[in-house]
Every structure is written in structure tokens, then in C-alpha cells.
Design a protein around this ligand. Structure first.
Ligand code: UDP
Length: 235
């Protein structure tokens, strides 16, 4: 295996499936089946899930909400999604722990780095919830931060398309896919794959990002054994 410890970044929107918002049971099951397969291969898996299917801070702010309050709502949305993933994985007999960046000990463990690493060593899947715990950040930044903290080999960013394109492939038929990109090019060209804070964190610590389509069966396993899938962002 090329990667032994991975951080899987899932967007909240993906969880909504075709229903547009909330949690789609079919998609949830599909994602958890893939995670279970990864876990069976012996890979140590940490997950960061977004909250866009329920609430996005910026969206609330544009409607006049206080940005910090709106971001708090967004972080709580990621907790809801994390619990949905935990529940589904546990029903598939995968041991998990949800760790939150904002304390809510009745619901999940608070994030403590050494504890997180211990869970991984014991082959428990960790789901990092509540982003970084701070407003004005995104779950992409949370993914980059946690990946660095737990010393993950790679960030696997699951999307609906099979990598990064020069323009939106859903809208433009002539969009060209990048097989590989440098961090600095993502930043300079303003390629919208992760926000700049997340890319910078990965660049400073040389954590590779693989952007791939998780909904194509077996893709996630291919990445882990080192087959080229999607787009790789590296030095
Ligand atoms: N959020 C935040 N701080 C963080 C992570 C997330 O305030 O460290 C809030 C922010 O409002 C964001 C929302 O949580 O819009 C949901 O996360 P995100 O937009 O990253 O979800 P995704 O786009 O992956 O579904």
C-alpha cells in the first residue's frame, strides 16, 4: 500500500445526493461501504465532513446573519453529518469515534491529538467534527490542519467529478483535466479545489492532496495502493 494513514475529506453537499439538502440514506451507505473497504485493507482512516448540505456560514451572512453565529451553525451542521456517518459505519461493524473541535462531551469526545492518534493505531475510524472550532474557516482547512496533526500520508478529497479541471466540466464540454498540479499553481491560478488557507497549510508541510471521484466504485482503494486516480496536488 502506498498510503497507510489517510485523511478523507467529504463535502456536506455530497451527502445530500440528488435531494439537494439533508442526508441521503443511499449516498450515506455508499460512502460508508467504501470506508469499510478501506478499513478492511488495514488503512488508518480519519474523516472530515463538511456541513454544506445543512448550513454554510457565508450563506447565512449574506441573508444578514451575524457571520460568527452563522459559522457556529455551520460547525454544528458538521456534527450532525459526523454522527450520521458514525451511525452508518457502526451498523456496518466498523468501530468509530467522533471527536469534536467544540466540546460537547455528551455527544462525542473532545478532540485531543494524542487520543486521536491512539484511536487510529487501534484501527478505529475517526470522524473529526465541528471543523477547526473557529468561525471564518472551512472544513477544508480543518482537513488540512488535522491531516498535519495526525501525520496523515495524504488528504483524499472526494468530489463528484474525477479530478480538477481548467473549467467546470459539468458546464463546459471542452474542459481539460489536470493529472498533476503544484500547490503554488492552485494558489496562483485561483483554482477552486480547496480554499487558499487549506492549500497553504498542505504546501508548507508537503501533504499531498488527491482529488478524486468517490462515487466510482473501487476508486478509493486504487488511490491507496498507488494507482493514479483523479488529480494529485503536490510540490
Ligand atoms: N465552519 C467554520 N469553521 C470551521 C469549519 C467550518 O466556521 O473550521 C463552518 C462554516 O460556516 C462553513 C460550515 O461550517 O460554511 C460548513 O463547512 P463547509 O462549508 O466547509 O462544508 P462543505 O462545503 O464541505 O460541505
Amino acid at each position: 500500500m502506498k498510503y497507510n494513514r489517510i485523511l478523507l475529506k467529504l463535502s456536506g453537499e455530497a451527502l445530500a445526493g440528488s435531494q439537494g439538502s439533508g442526508v441521503c440514506n443511499e449516498v450515506l451507505n455508499q460512502i460508508c461501504d467504501e470506508v469499510k473497504n478501506l478499513h478492511k485493507m488495514g488503512v488508518e482512516v480519519a474523516i472530515v465532513i463538511g456541513g454544506g448540505n445543512i448550513h454554510r456560514g457565508v450563506a447565512g451572512a449574506t441573508k444578514g446573519m451575524d457571520r460568527t453565529t452563522s459559522d457556529h451553525m455551520g460547525m454544528l451542521a458538521t456534527v450532525i453529518n459526523s454522527l450520521a456517518i458514525q451511525d452508518c459505519l457502526e451498523r456496518k461493524e466498523v468501530k468509530t469515534r467522533v471527536m469534536t473541535a467544540i466540546e460537547m462531551a455528551e455527544i462525542a469526545e473532545p478532540y485531543i491529538r494524542r487520543r486521536a492518534v491512539r484511536h487510529l493505531e487501534k484501527k478505529r475510524v475517526i470522524i473529526f467534527a465541528a471543523g477547526t472550532g473557529n468561525p471564518y474557516f472551512t472544513t477544508d482547512t480543518a482537513a488540512a490542519l488535522r491531516a498535519n496533526e495526525i501525520d496523515a500520508d495524504v488528504i483524499m478529497k472526494a468530489t463528484k467529478v474525477d479530478g480538477i479541471y481548467d473549467k467546470d466540466p459539468v458546464v463546459h464540454k471542452d474542459a481539460v483535466k489536470f493529472e498533476e498540479l503544484k500547490y503554488i499553481d492552485v494558489l496562483n491560478k485561483g483554482i477552486k479545489v480547496m480554499d487558499s488557507a487549506a492549500i497553504s497549510l498542505c504546501m508548507d508541510n508537503e501533504i499531498e492532496i488527491i482529488v478524486f471521484n468517490m462515487f466510482e466504485k473501487g476508486n478509493i482503494q486504487k488511490v491507496v495502493i498507488g494507482d493514479h486516480v483523479g488529480t494529485v496536488v503536490k510540490k
